[in-house]
Structures are given as C-alpha cells and as structure tokens.
Design a protein around this ligand. Sequence first.
Ligand SMILES: CC(C)(COP(=O)(O)OP(=O)(O)OC[C@H]1O[C@@H](n2cnc3c(N)ncnc32)[C@H](O)[C@@H]1OP(=O)(O)O)[C@@H](O)C(=O)NCCC(=O)NCCS
Length: 184
Amino acid sequence: MSEPPPWRIRLEQPGDAASIEALAAMVFGPGRYAKSAYRLREGVDPDPRLGFVAADSASQALLGSVRFWPITVGGETSLLLGPLAVQPGLRGRGIGIALMQHGIDAAKACGYATVLLVGDEPYYARVGFARLPPSRVRFPGPVNVTRVLGLSLVSGALLSLSGAVTRARIDHPVSAQAAALGKI
Ligand SMILES: CC(C)(COP(=O)(O)OP(=O)(O)OC[C@H]1O[C@@H](n2cnc3c(N)ncnc32)[C@H](O)[C@@H]1OP(=O)(O)O)[C@@H](O)C(=O)NCCC(=O)NCCS
C-alpha cells in the first residue's frame, strides 16, 4: 500500500487569510491586481465553501491554496477558479491537482454548473478543463483567448454559457476577510 502524502487538504479557515495572501504575494507579485481576473474578484467574496488549503500534516504550515469566486456569464451564475498557488519548494507532488479537485468536487456539490479560469491548458486539462471557443465569453479586460478554459460540472452546461463575464453580487459588502487582507 502506498504511503499517504505528508500533507492534507482542508477547508480554508479565517486564520489562514494572512498565510494565503503571503503566498499569493510571493508567487504572483504586485502585478496580480492588474489582471482581468482580479477585476472580477474586487469587492466580492470568494465562496467560503470552496476555499481549500494544503497543510503540512506535522507542522500545519500552509503549503498551497485555492479559492473560487462566483461570477456571472451572460447573466448566468458561474465560478472563476483561482488563485491557485503552491509553495515553490513543494511543487510537482500533486498538491495543486489535489486542491483543485477538492474545489471542483465541492463546487459540484454546491450546485454550480460551470467553472471558468484563465490559465495554461496543459495543466488544467488534468482536471478536465478545455479551451472555450474564441469570443464565447468576454472578460472585462484583455485576456489571451487561448488561455480561457472551462469545465462543465453538469453535463453539457458549458455549451449554453456565453456572453460578458462580470462580477457577481457587485453590491455585496466587502467582507471582513478582505479588510484583513489589506484591500480596503
Ligand atoms: C501551477 C501550480 C499551482 C502547480 O502546483 P503543483 O503542486 O506543482 O502541481 P501538481 O504537483 O499537482 O502537478 C504538477 C504537474 O503539472 C505540471 N505543470 C505544472 N504547471 C504547469 C503548467 N503551467 N503547464 C503545464 N504543466 C504544468 C508539472 O510539470 C507536473 O507534471 P508531472 O506530473 O508530469 O511531473 C504551481 O506550480 C504554482 O503555484 N505556480 C505558480 C502560480 C500559478 O501559476 N498558478 C496558476 C495560475 S492561477
């Protein structure tokens, strides 16, 4: 029998926010706020049921994290996967895939039908993402169309998804968690 990995995936807790932000700052740098994906996150909470962290089984140190943001596409509710980040020294051990798979399974259980992201197709194809036809969806800013990927959580759901990608719940109050991250 193979050994279990020396880390486990668990739901993100409020106390993880500072470590998650520190990892994102290290991995993505300050340029992350200029990306189209961040415009969709500004002022909107990630779905708290879909934030997962990988924690070292012994020290409980944070090894990686993933979050999902609700968005709308042509008026339909969808999800945006990301940020996904793993500590640089611990990559290639399956942590990224495990985080995403946990999130995808949870998103399905929560009733979401589709997930979008902007990223490298060869990597995300490992959990089922595929490139969307060009101009099927329009992000609020420049994106490389070859990096716009989607996943159906309900059979065929992506086929009917099209239009402008916008922030969900734009009038939703900015959360205490965002305040803790220093965004407001
Ligand atoms: C992308 C990232 C999350 C992957 O995490 P990870 O824990 O190393 O991923 P896994 O161990 O689950 O998978 C590793 C495999 O995916 C491959 N892979 C990783 N990034 C890839 C990419 N961008 N394109 C294609 N393949 C990739 C690796 O080569 C490895 O392949 P192998 O299994 O054949 O050896 C991590 O490299 C990271 O944090 N990168 C910086 C942040 C980032 O780019 N995030 C994604 C955009 S939001």
